[in-house]
Design a protein around this ligand. Structure first.
Ligand code: AKB
Length: 342
């Protein structure tokens, strides 16, 4: 029977991205199921040893998805593939295809897979603070810690896509084909985290708008001048990559009963761009960071909240970040980045 031929595993899309790197290493350490890594670019050599299968392909390719459907028995999907907020503004329609149609394709795989093996497929979806849209700087200042249901008026295509996909996931989990005689109740167990900007010591982001913080750090560590594209005083939430990975796995590991909502805010610290520059300059004395705001990218960051309320994640599944601002830089980012560029 087909079930006996297909290999059980966890599928990671966008495996080559910043989060994919950390997640795959951690999943391999935890020794869970076979790791099936999918990306449009060939998977980095450093990751291959952790994966049972690496696939180069596009989540929009029907033939590839059909092949995956027939070859693997998938129990969990970490759907990380996306075009981020800055890149998406250059090609909004392409972003819609990748971010929305791609997600729909993966949700269909999840439904189909659960039919075959008879268990719900966990669908872990990284969403973003980009789903929020504050209309102006005054509103942003006054908003304080924004809750999941507030200010859901994204300014970017990426934010629009993420917000819609959160709803798609909720629909697939709770109401899919609700009028059919053979409804597939609970075929997909959809769980999503709205991530703040992420900072990693080992990888450099690309295509995002929160990228300025990691860029300040990575440029300083390489002795390169860096002109920051936002104002010194701008503030949004950030998190060190290891906390993002731990949170993802923690949400995946929570029991269904623990979860009272499908989408959760999480955060660690909210430094201004100037504060990031100051911390980095203390460590890298020759850092050449200047500020040269790009009005359009600045407007995107101005529409994102200064802080988010993550009390639901703390209450429901015990989210607690290990790294506050000082620890993130002193114990993770600075030592990690010195090693990386040594
Ligand atoms: C981006 O800047 O687009 C992402 C995000 C905040 O989701 N890093």
């Amino acid at each position: 029977m087909a079930e006996h031929i297909r290999k059980p595993g966890v599928l990671i899309t966008g495996a080559n991205g910043e989060m994919g790197h950390g997640l795959i290493e951690q999943l391999a350490k935890n020794g869970s199921m076979h790791i099936i890594a999918l990306d449009v670019r060939p998977i980095d050599e450093s990751l291959k040893k952790y994966c049972s299968t690496t696939i180069v392909g596009d989540i929009l390719e029907a033939r590839l998805l059909e092949r995956m459907q027939s070859e693997y028995e998938i129990h969990t999907i970490y759907h990380l593939a996306a075009l981020l907020s800055t890149r998406a503004e250059f090609t909004p329609e392409a972003a819609h295809r990748v971010n929305v149609e791609g997600t729909l394709n993966l949700l269909k795989i999840a439904i189909e897979q659960s039919r075959w093996h008879g268990q719900p497929v966990k669908f872990i979806f990284p969403s973003s603070i980009a789903v929020y849209g504050l209309p102006n700087k005054e509103a942003k200042k006054q908003a304080g810690k924004v809750k999941e249901g507030e200010w859901n008026y994204p300014r970017t295509m990426y934010g629009v896509n993420k917000l819609y996909c959160e709803h798609l996931g909720r629909y697939y989990a709770n109401h899919y084909r609700q009028l059919a005689a053979d409804t597939d109740a609970h075929g997909v167990d959809f769980r999503s985290i709205r991530f703040p900007g992420l900072i990693s010591a080992t990888t450099v982001p690309s295509g995002g708008t929160s990228d300025y913080a990691p860029e300040i750090l990575h440029a300083a560590a390489q002795d390169k001048p860096y002109a920051c594209f936002v104002r010194e005083d701008v503030r949004i939430p950030f998190m060190a990559m290891p906390d993002a990975i731990v949170a993802t796995l923690k949400l995946e590991g929570a029991t269904r009963e623990q979860l009272t909502q499908s989408v959760y805010n999480i955060t660690s610290f909210s430094p201004s761009a100037g504060e990031v520059r100051d911390i980095v300059r203390r460590e890298f004395k020759n850092a050449q960071t200047s500020f040269s705001p790009d009005d359009k990218r600045q407007a995107i960051v101005d529409s994102w909240p200064e802080d988010v309320d993550d009390s639901a994640a703390r209450r429901d599944w015990g989210f607690v970040p290990e790294y506050d601002l000082a620890r993130a830089f002193n114990e993770y980012l600075i030592p990690g980045i010195r090693k990386r560029y040594a």
